[in-house]
Design a protein around this ligand. Structure first.
Ligand code: SF4
Ligand code: SF4
Length: 167
């Protein structure tokens, strides 16, 4: 697995290992995409979702599965995952744009309206993006969830933003 050798996952590998929402669900709007592929004893994501949309069950080493019928794309689980492995993807944000939400534990925290460089799982810049939402309540315990808008064609690649220097 590339993850073990390189520290990142190729999309082709991800879809073979993890259950990703199908295109019909993506057409309905924002939904959690979980990129957790190692069978570790972990389940804060399951506990975080009040709609019980994330299922791990027994044993605790099961990979999490998202029930797309229940997931509202709220983003709470994103902040609760110690592996930073959950993203909220909206492929129908507008005619030409999609959105991706991700955890971001760096300073400076981006602000809404800011223009950013969107990066893929390897940290490579793939396109320009714009921050449209920053969620950072106390309950997220210092793991802000940032939502960026990007051109639709990059939605399966983009998973974060390039770190910026403090002013
Ligand atoms: S995005 Fe919200 S509704 Fe969906 S799985 Fe996460 S916590 Fe549950
Ligand atoms: S909290 Fe994160 S790392 Fe833990 S099982 Fe859920 S998705 Fe995987």
């Amino acid at each position: 697995m590339a993850l073990e050798n390189t520290g990142y996952l190729e999309y082709e590998e991800l879809v073979q290992i993890q259950t990703i929402p199908d295109e019909e669900r993506f057409k309905k709007g924002a939904v959690a995409v979980i990129e957790c592929v190692q069978q570790i004893p972990c389940n804060p994501c399951e506990a975080a979702c009040s709609r019980k949309a994330i299922i791990i069950g027994n044993p605790i080493t099961n990979l999490p599965i998202v029930n797309g019928d229940e997931c509202t794309g709220c983003g709470i689980c994103v902040s609760k995952c110690p592996g930073m492995a959950i993203f909220i993807v909206n492929k129908v944000h507008s005619e030409t744009k999609a959105t991706v939400a991700f955890p971001y534990e760096y300073f400076p925290i981006p602000t809404e309206g800011e223009e950013v460089k969107a990066v893929n799982r390897k940290g490579e810049v793939v396109c320009d993006g714009k921050v449209i939402k920053v969620m950072n309540p106390k309950a997220f315990d210092h793991t802000p969830v940032i939502t960026i808008e990007i051109p639709k064609e990059y939605v399966d690649q983009v998973r974060s933003i390039q770190r910026r220097r403090a002013e």
